[in-house]
Design a protein around this ligand. Structure first.
Ligand code: SAH
Length: 375
């Protein structure tokens, strides 16, 4: 198989590649081949998403979690974490700061909780943000796009939050290979339920985001190729992916920990994370793809590398620095001591250094969500 012909087929037609061709894109040997892959991804990003990078302000609402995912630093069995939960007023204050700073899109993320009081709390947060936005947004700015990232929930809870004004939901499948999924979760966590939740999100008319971790123990290039086809089968509008980064206080991370600071290993993890962005763009064409913080953990310019390979979304953290330290899903999370303004300024500079700009005042909906190609 010839790389240039695979790339040109992928660029002209979405979903044109086989599992073998996608696997090849995820296993390129030379820097020159990878440059061609990334350039093709970036061209498609420009074709479907235009110039500029959509920004979402990320609010980490709380780290209390009912789940025990074997890779995650805030899993319920990790008793070294001090737990916190923002209240409605805290969330409203961060939303106000973000809207005033020009963001027209917010992500509310937390550990996973399912209870009537939690459903009420989230509903109240959404209502308050929608109301606040209608009073304070700048003339000409889009109304606020609220994205939720709160784990698996009942269709009833999802519907209530949708009706309250949330428009998008991120729920990574983590791995679309049920056996690999089982190997990174404890026995009570069901792959089928996660897939059902993704379907429920579609029923509730959310813009649906999913994604995986790359570089998981035991994961192959063919697994990742099938993940990309899974995104297509589920008709995802948005994709958030990032490298698995070991956390010392987790069962999956601990055995790796001696290697975690190894430069070569980090470089390989980063490489695969960036190549996965390009391959996903080449297959799906018109979805939103985030350059995630996990990339930045592996290299200071990791997110910029993701953008140069086809990502079009960035999610700067606006959580108060008092809490950031306690929301470490993985080791080495950057910007722990930086406030929201510093984060915004640093990001603006680094994005313009690669010839892009951050778009403020726009929701940046997924082109796929509004397209004819949607199922
Ligand atoms: N609880 C919510 C959202 C928070 S977790 C949920 O389950 O959807 C957000 C994402 O962080 C997860 O989907 C996972 O892909 C990622 N993550 C967790 N631990 C990680 C690690 N050690 N390395 C890289 N990414 C990790």
């Amino acid at each position: 198989m010839n790389l240039e012909s695979i790339l040109s087929k992928a660029e002209s037609t979405p979903k044109a590649l086989s599992i073998a061709e996608l696997s090849l894109l995820l296993s390129l040997g030379s820097d020159e081949e990878r440059r061609l892959l990334h350039e093709a991804g970036r061209r498609l990003k420009s074709r479907y998403c235009g110039r500029g990078i959509a920004a979402r302000a990320l609010i980490e609402m709380g780290n209390i979690c009912a789940k025990d995912c074997l890779y995650c630093g805030i899993r319920k069995s990790n008793c070294t974490v001090s737990r916190y939960q923002l209240d409605v007023e805290d969330v409203e204050a961060l939303a106000r700061q973000s809207i005033e700073a020009g963001y027209a899109s917010l992500v509310l993320q937390s550990g996973e909780l399912e209870s009537p009081s939690h459903t009420d709390f989230i509903e109240e947060c959404i209502r308050r943000i929608v109301d606040l936005d209608s009073r304070i947004r700048k003339p000409g700015a889009d109304s606020i796009g609220i994205t939720l990232s709160l784990g698996e929930q009942t269709e009833e809870a999802l519907m209530r939050w949708r009706k309250a004004g949330a428009a998008r939901y991120l729920l990574r499948i983590e791995s679309s290979n049920p056996e690999l999924y089982a190997s990174i979760h404890p026995s009570g966590h069901s792959y089928e339920r996660r897939v059902e939740c993704l379907r429920a999100l579609r029923h509730c008319d959310y813009q649906v985001g999913t994604g995986v971790m790359t570089g998981l123990p035991g994961q192959t290039a063919a697994d990742l190729a099938r993940d990309i086809v899974f995104f297509s089968d589920i008709d995802a509008d948005m994709i958030g992916m990032g490298p698995f980064i070991p956390h010392r206080d987790t069962p999956l991370g601990a055995p790796f920990f001696d290697d975690a600071n190894d430069q070569g290993l980090s470089a390989n993890r980063l490489r695969l994370g960036v190549d996965m962005i390009a391959a996903t763009r080449l297959y799906l064409h018109n979805v939103n793809i985030a350059a995630t913080t996990a990339l930045q953990t592996l290299a200071p310019d990791g997110r910029e590398q993701g953008i140069l390979a086809g990502a079009n979304v960035i999610m700067p953290n606006v959580t108060d620095t008092r809490f950031r330290r306690n929301y470490q899903l993985y080791e080495g999370k950057p910007d722990l001591d930086e406030n929201a303004d510093e984060t915004r300024n640093a990001l603006q500079q680094s994005i313009s250094s690669i010839g892009e700009c951050i778009i403020y005042g726009k929701r940046g909906d997924s082109p796929h969500f509004h397209s004819q190609s949607r199922k």
